[in-house]
Design a protein around this ligand. Structure first.
Ligand code: SF4
Ligand code: SF4
Length: 370
């Protein structure tokens, strides 16, 4: 896949996604997409379109998630679940090497790349942006996984109650980065367009009809209405400036009284990328392994320097997370680190809402200046 193509308008109408999933599987891809499991919509391997969560939506709030029955059979009538695609592109646990004790020393094996070619079906616009953001941060392993991946993106026609992509620099229409772009319409049926040459090669093999102007209009209207239904918002001010000027805000202590420093927000965030290196041994001491694992700036040890952590309070750790995400990320990577997916709001056990915290910081700053 490529990350630079501009969006191509839909040319085809698909009656089903089964031929697409079958074609990708026949091409050797491990096809990953949303499915219903244990009362939640999760990402898992799809063997056919019947694995998609047809007829299921979600009800979300800060610290609250539940699936609900829809009154239609939409496969993508839900917003993103707890997992993001970093589960596959930037895995939570990666082995670096294994050392095995021998009679005269030890051997070291470095595992080869797993060689899995993923096809991601149902990537939302916010997650498409997050994939690109992580691509600008992470190194060659990520680039190799992404390069071999096939991405089927889906416009968002059903924003979740925690979503705020429109005020996070995005929106419910997919930007660049997909191989095939879909818009789900009534039926469900799917407006489709190829965004890359390999996307076109796959799309050309699928049963389809030409998309009519009325069908295109129906899809465009559904996406535009999704933007209008977005319930949460970031304040329309310079957030980098707000965060850099809020280092001593009283709000950090207030949020720290609720924050459990559990790190859930960083685990579910599709752009959070921090890792640590951990060594393990077996009980006999014959085998040692080095792993790269996800880490979190909410972990006390994360800021361990010269004999102790430098961010000992929860307020300093929450401030670090939010200030990096919305502020200093611009200095490092030239953009915000937040795509407005709302996961950190939904999966925070304390129900802490990033948009509320930013608004409170903006209010505090305004009060200080009056
Ligand atoms: S900070 Fe929250 S809303 Fe923003 S990208 Fe991360 S999880 Fe999504
Ligand atoms: S903001 Fe919420 S999810 Fe994040 S560390 Fe605090 S309690 Fe956990």
């Amino acid at each position: 896949m490529v990350l630079t193509r501009k969006r191509v308008l839909p040319t085809a109408m698909l009656d089903s996604l089964s031929p697409l999933i079958a074609a990708l599987r026949a091409d050797g891809y491990s096809v990953i997409g949303p499915t219903l499991r244990d009362g939640a919509i999760v990402l898992a391997e799809l063997t056919s379109a019947s694995d998609l969560p047809h007829g299921w939506g979600v009800e979300l709030d800060a610290g609250s998630y539940r699936v609900r029955r829809r009154d239609d059979d939409a496969a993508f009538g839900h917003s993103s679940g707890a997992q993001s695609w970093k589960t596959y592109l930037h895995p939570a646990k990666v082995p670096f090497w294994t050392a095995q004790k021998t009679s005269d020393g030890f051997t070291v094996d470095v595992p080869p790349p797993d060689g899995i070619r993923y096809a991601f079906v149902g990537v939302r616009p916010c997650d498409l942006r997050a994939i690109a953001i992580q691509g600008r941060v992470l190194g060659s392993s990520y680039a190799a996984r992404l390069e071999s991946a096939f991405i089927v993106a889906v416009d968002c026609t059903e924003p979740g109650e925690a979503c705020f992509c429109v005020t996070a620099g995005g929106g419910p229409a997919c930007g660049p980065g997909a191989d095939i772009q879909l818009t789900e319409t009534v039926g469900p049926r799917y407006l489709a367009s190829a965004q890359t040459t390999i996307g076109q090669a796959v799309l050309d093999t699928l049963p389809q009809q030409p998309a009519t102007p009325a069908e295109r209009e129906q899809g465009a209207t559904a996406v535009a209405q999704a933007a209008e239904r977005m319930q949460r918002h970031l304040p329309s001010i310079d957030l980098r400036d707000l965060l850099s000027g809020s280092r001593n805000a009283a709000r950090w202590d207030e949020v720290a009284q609720r924050c459990l420093a559990c790190g859930n927000c960083t685990m579910v965030c599709p752009t959070c990328f921090c890792t640590s290196v951990r060594d393990t041994t077996d009980l006999g001491g014959d085998i040692a392994q080095r792993w790269q694992t996800w880490d979190s700036c909410f972990d006390l040890d994360f800021s361990y320097l010269h004999g102790g952590p430098v961010r000992t309070s929860t307020s300093s750790r929450y401030r670090q997370w939010l200030s990096h995400k919305l502020g200093t990320w611009h200095d490092q990577f030239g953009e915000s680190g937040c795509v407005g997916c709302g996961r950190c709001i939904v999966w925070c056990p304390a129900g802490i809402d990033l948009t509320e915290e930013v608004s409170a910081l903006a209010q505090e700053r305004q009060t200080d200046h009056e």
